[in-house]
Write a protein that binds this ligand. Structure first.
Ligand code: ACO
Length: 374
């Protein structure tokens, strides 16, 4: 590589190439999950994702937190602790909710999460997980001109999320679909937001600061901001006769098709199938899912033509959009619902990093100008 120094003297640096996306860098050891991009397999603490799809979110939290916390070891204990913490989180929103008015829903969640004091006496990992549905539901309702609904401690986490969103108990099929969604996205290796959480946790900044940073990383359209745009894309296409023309035009304009491609998976993201199955369990999903399948088929064909050497397959966000729409979330809140599920993995990784007690501090390679010779 040739660069110019301050004095315009050409300077040549010969060094190892740095991969700007850290693609092949292993930056942590973890007991939580393994993403096998070649086989299309996700293992979560000894289980294939497909084995967990019938578990409750609380059971997956018990699996992830096991051995890292002194209390809340079992599914039942976690269910009770989360319910109490949701009530606690609800008290926190009273004064701050109006401050979210001119923000997007994910910005609103960012604001409310950052308001949690490090001096908070409740277990921080439990409160962080409990707070997201409380905050996300209140923000979504306020955007629709509705008052927040207090949590119901008799309900499980997914059921109460829908109850706080809709102001009434949701049918069992919707609770099941949301539980499956939360479980499916609970943890996924060292994705950008989890890595962010671990970096912040490694400085001993605490759980709340670490999860706020993680949420900021999740918010981008290349990570957790995609499912809303997936629905925008389906709406813009409109009907089956327009699928191919719309997708071709988008690709010609250089746009990315939302819900396709992944940094690690070179085959289909296994989470896409679990979520597709969850959508089919919803009574009113028929028309949307048939249309989405037709869009998916055409998109995969066009992406294969456009990038024959770079397999681009359906990722988790494509069917996420359908599940979350099917259980009644407004699309502006989708990233917040993703955060509700991924909070399981974030808190587990934060606990793991805190146990490790090692500051994450990589090095950079200097490619700027050298000082003039003295
Ligand atoms: N549509 C069209 N082209 C694509 C897409 C897509 N969805 N994804 C990748 N490509 C193309 C890129 O333009 C690039 O082409 P180029 O080499 O000519 O520039 C090539 O494929 C490789 O793409 P990269 O960005 O280098 O791949 P990377 O691994 O960094 O990106 C990512 C992965 C960000 C997910 C990408 O596939 C993407 O932007 N997808 C659309 C957004 C999306 O669905 N995000 C959700 C991801 S899942 C999650 O985080 C939970």
């Amino acid at each position: 590589m040739t660069i110019q120094s301050k004095t315009s003297t050409a300077l040549t640096l010969v060094s190892d190439p740095v991969s700007p996306g850290l693609e092949n860098t292993i930056a942590a050891e973890t007991i939580f999950s393994h993403v096998d991009g070649a086989a299309g397999r996700l293992i979560v603490r000894g289980y294939d994702l497909e084995q967990l799809s019938d578990w409750s979110f609380e059971a997956v939290l018990a699996l992830l937190w096991q051995g890292l916390v002194s209390h809340e070891d079992t599914e039942a204990e976690i269910r009770v602790a989360l319910a109490q913490a949701r009530v606690h989180a609800f008290r926190l929103i009273e004064t701050l909710l109006p401050a979210t008015d001119n923000l997007s829903q994910v910005e609103g969640l960012r604001l409310l999460l950052s308001s949690m004091p490090d001096a908070e006496p409740l277990a921080h990992h439990v409160l962080a997980v409990a707070a997201v549905p409380v905050f996300a539901a209140a923000i979504a309702r306020r955007s629709a001109g509705l008052a927040p609904v207090a949590p119901d401690t008799t309900l499980g986490h997914a059921a109460d999320f829908l109850h706080m969103l809709h102001g009434e108990n949701a049918p069992a099929e919707k609770v099941k679909a949301l539980d499956t969604y939360l479980v499916t996205v609970a943890d996924h290796g060292l994705n950008a937001s989890t890595f962010t959480a671990r970096v912040i946790a490694s400085t001993k900044a605490g759980v709340f600061s670490s999860v706020v940073g993680a949420l900021c990383a999740l918010k981008g359209p290349l990570h957790g901001g995609a499912p809303g745009p997936v629905l925008d894309m389906l709406d813009a296409i409109g009907d089956e006769s327009n699928i191919r023309a719309w997708l071709v035009n988008a690709l010609v304009r250089g746009e990315r098709l939302m819900g396709f491609g992944h940094r690690i998976y070179r085959v289909r993201d296994p989470r896409a199938d679990v979520l597709k199955q969850a959508v089919t369990g919803l009574r009113d999903s028929g028309g949307r899912i048939n249309f989405a399948e037709a869009v998916e088929k055409e998109a995969l064909a066009l992406l294969a033509e456009k990038k024959p050497l770079r397999p681009l397959q359906t990722n988790v966000e494509f069917y996420t959009a359908l599940v979350l729409e099917g259980v009644g979330f407004p699309r502006e809140s989708f990233t917040n619902v993703f955060a509700a599920g991924r909070m399981a993995g974030w808190t587990a990784h934060i606990l793991e990093q805190e146990h490790l007690g090692k500051l994450i501090r990589p090095q950079s390679k200097y490619v700027g100008p050298m000082p003039e010779a003295r």
